[in-house]
Each structure stands twice: as structure tokens, then as C-alpha cells.
Design a protein around this ligand. Sequence first.
Ligand SMILES: [Zn+2]
Length: 204
Amino acid sequence: MPTPRADLSGGVDVAGILRATGALLEGHFLLTSGRHSPQYFEKFRVLQRPQETAALCSLIAHAFRDAGAQAVAGPTLGGVIISYEVARLLGVRAVYAEPGDEKTRVFRRDFETVHPGERVLVVDDILTTGGSVNQVIAAVRRAGGQVIGVGLLVDRTDGAIDFGVPCFACERRSVPSYAPDACPQCAAGLPLIKPGGGVNLPTS
Ligand SMILES: [Zn+2]
């Protein structure tokens, strides 16, 4: 029987945290994936606040408290913070997946990475295309580990991506994104914002 949402919340006001930290922005944004979107989660507005980040991570840890994770793996950059805190709460190791090349993540520190047969919870901050989560899943499996679930701060796809393992997100919502040549805001001539870079890019 699925655990009721009320039990998972643990009194954590997810929407209130996202609102109070100003993490949810409205505009015309260039996503890391190259797609454009009218909404953007500025994850570092949450991640710069340890108390709020810890509160959200407690939901992920709670969701997987009985899953038998032996390590928590997250991708640079935001996923490192989340894997650290979720692993701390679960009392297991955190491992950090760093860029290999453009299409892969790797565990670079050979002293304590994923062990063969180890049960690993994969975490990340914002799920948009699943690219970085899939890279971490692949890195865990290359090391012989077993992925037992995926935990996220925000799932922008509203559950549309199936990783083949249980997935929990503190917040799920459907946020549209468009290829540049199909973007209605580009068609309307609105300036494109590259989040985090402090740079407004031309729309053409
Ligand atoms: Zn656009």
C-alpha cells in the first residue's frame, strides 16, 4: 500500500519553501538541455539555504527509509549537496558523480566509489530531461551497483520519465519546454534569459 502523502510530508511545506526562496521564476529561459521554458527553478536559491535544503532532503530520505540503500549518489553540482544530506540522514555513504565527457558521469575518486552489488539511491535537484540522472544510473551500474530508486527535489515532468525504479520528488509539476524553433516566446520576440549566467542572450 502506498504511503499517504501526508505521512511523507513530515510537516515540510515544499511549495512554501520554493515560494519563500524565490526558486520558481517566470520568464523566457534557456535550459541546460538547450530547450526554452516560461518557468525556471533556480535551484541554488534553495541550495544556498541549508535549513530549507535539509528539510526537502528529509522528505527524500523518508521516502526511501526502508529501501536498504547503502550509498547515495548524485551528480555535480547540486546533486552533490543533496546526496550528502540524504546520505547523512540515512546513515550511509555519499558518492559524487562528476562529468566524464559530454555524455557520461563517472566516479573519479577510486578510494570509495560504488562497490559491486551495492544498493544505491540516486538523487538530483531538478528533473527536466532525465539526462544527468540517467548518467548517474549508468555510472552506478558500470561500477556493478544496484540502483534502488531516484529521489528529486523537483520533477518538472510531472512523473513523465520512467527510470524503471521507484522515483520520489518533493515537488512534481508539469512545466512546458520547447525546442527553440517551436518556442512561442521566441516567436513573440521576448528576450531569452540564460539562468545563472547573468547574461541575456539574443533570441536569434
Ligand atoms: Zn524561446
